[in-house]
Design a protein around this ligand. Structure first.
Ligand code: NDP
Length: 369
């Protein structure tokens, strides 16, 4: 059954009054038809908001298929089992998921839980001998990220980070133009990343689960984007923090950070990370011969962009569908991507974020080791 027809089929089944009685049988049937040769069979860990988006998008994947669930919420598991046809034998909780080791239906686990849980969960998945796909930020600091990279290497499994922009068409076109010399010598990058955060009780505002504040969650897009837009690794940062609401944004949870970066060529970047402004999603790259401007630059799309040569005109494709198919190619066929999205890439971002926090504390220029 083709992915699109599977989506239609599932949605019509879900709407049917017969859903509850028929699904276990249909679910198993769907699974058997789809889990064929050459597909990456993925279990999602953490059935929250972004996991829902990923799972929906995977219905249109050609090479990746959802085959397992890991969750602390039995009710959600039941709903997801019905919606995606996942059998009981492929469902786990946080206590027992090490048993995926002996489950031949699962090749990789996609970790979509709060940031501070990523490291331990990655280590456990790697020990179970399964490939790891981990959401950004991959960890809450570079030391943890290093541990994760080393553990996956030791276990002989791949570690990929959910950097969906690394496979987005307009972003890749800007990178192609930059590499072709169309912008000349790169001089300046501006990255603006932010949204206004709501519920003060959510984990994103809890340092022990989030590892920080806006920088970990949304500022990371400007950190990561600066690297693929400029095409170099920054060597220093300076950063300053402002806080308008110290009750909502407790110590260790940054509301707004402005930061600057310097690159070996002499190019510089100026960026803003905030939980206090909506629709802040813009990249600007300036060279001595031309420019690229993207706004929105990292949202779920469509991404909009132009250069001094004209509008970037590529059809929008759901980022998570493209990402999961590309990740399947990387894991199953060792495909080399134009902009890698592996653990080493994530580690580079964590080193920069560490330096940004150091600079906020020291008030000085900090070098990236
Ligand atoms: P949610 O709060 O919506 O979901 C997180 C899920 O993690 C929960 O639903 C829960 O699932 C599980 N979980 C396990 N332990 C805890 C805990 N102690 N507290 C809260 N939840 C827990 O978060 P998001 O889906 O928005 O974000 C999850 C991750 O995905 C983050 O790292 C975030 O940065 C990343 N993300 C990436 C995006 C991207 O575009 N690449 C976009 C949005 C988020 P269960 O009940 O099943 O156990």
């Amino acid at each position: 059954m083709k992915a699109t027809s599977r989506r239609n089929f599932l949605s019509s089944v879900a709407q049917s009054a017969l859903t509850v009685s028929l699904l276990p049988a249909f679910g198993a049937g769907i699974e058997n038809q789809l889990v064929g040769e050459g597909k990456l069979r993925v279990a999602i860990m953490g059935l929250g908001s972004y996991a829902n988006r990923v799972a929906e998008a995977m219905l249109d994947c050609k090479r990746a298929v959802l085959t397992g669930l890991i969750s602390g919420s039995p009710e959600k598991v039941k709903t997801w089992q019905s919606k995606y046809g996942i059998p009981d034998k492929n469902c786990y909780d946080y206590g027992n998921f090490d048993a995926i080791r002996s489950n031949p239906d699962i090749d990789a686990v996609y970790i979509i839980t709060p940031n501070a849980l990523h490291k331990e969960q990655t280590l456990r998945v790697a020990r179970a001998g399964k490939h790891v796909i981990c959401e950004k930020p991959m960890s809450v600091n570079a030391a943890e990220a290093e541990e994760m990279v080393a553990a996956c290497k030791k276990a002989g499994v791949k570690l990929l980070i959910g950097y969906r922009m690394h496979v987005e068409a307009k972003t890749l076109e800007v990178i192609r133009l930059r590499k072709s010399g169309a912008f000349g010598k790169i001089v300046f990058f501006q990255g603006l990343s932010g949204f206004k955060i709501g519920d003060p009780t959510q984990w994103r505002l809890n340092k022990s689960l989030a590892g920080g504040g806006a920088m970990m969650d949304i500022g990371i897009y400007s950190v990561n984007g600066s690297r693929y837009m400029v095409g170099e690794e920054p060597i220093w940062v300076t950063a300053q923090e402002t806080k308008t609401d110290p009750v909502k944004f407790k110590p260790g949870v940054d509301e707004t950070i402005i930061f600057q970066m310097g690159f070996p060529s002499g190019a510089v970047a100026s960026c803003l990370s905030t939980y206090n402004a909506n629709h802040l999603d813009k990249f600007f790259l300036s060279g001595d011969k031309g420019f690229a401007e993207m706004q929105p630059s990292t949202g779920y799309g469509p991404i909009m962009g132009k250069t001094h040569l004209g509008t970037l005109d590529f059809a929008h494709r759901t980022h998570q569908t493209v990402q999961m198919d590309e990740m399947a190619d990387v894991i199953l066929d060792n495909k080399k991507l134009e902009v890698p999205l592996d653990g080493e890439e994530g580690l580079k971002d964590m080193k920069i974020i560490d330096a940004i926090y150091r600079s906020v504390a020291s008030g000085k220029k900090e070098f990236i080791s």
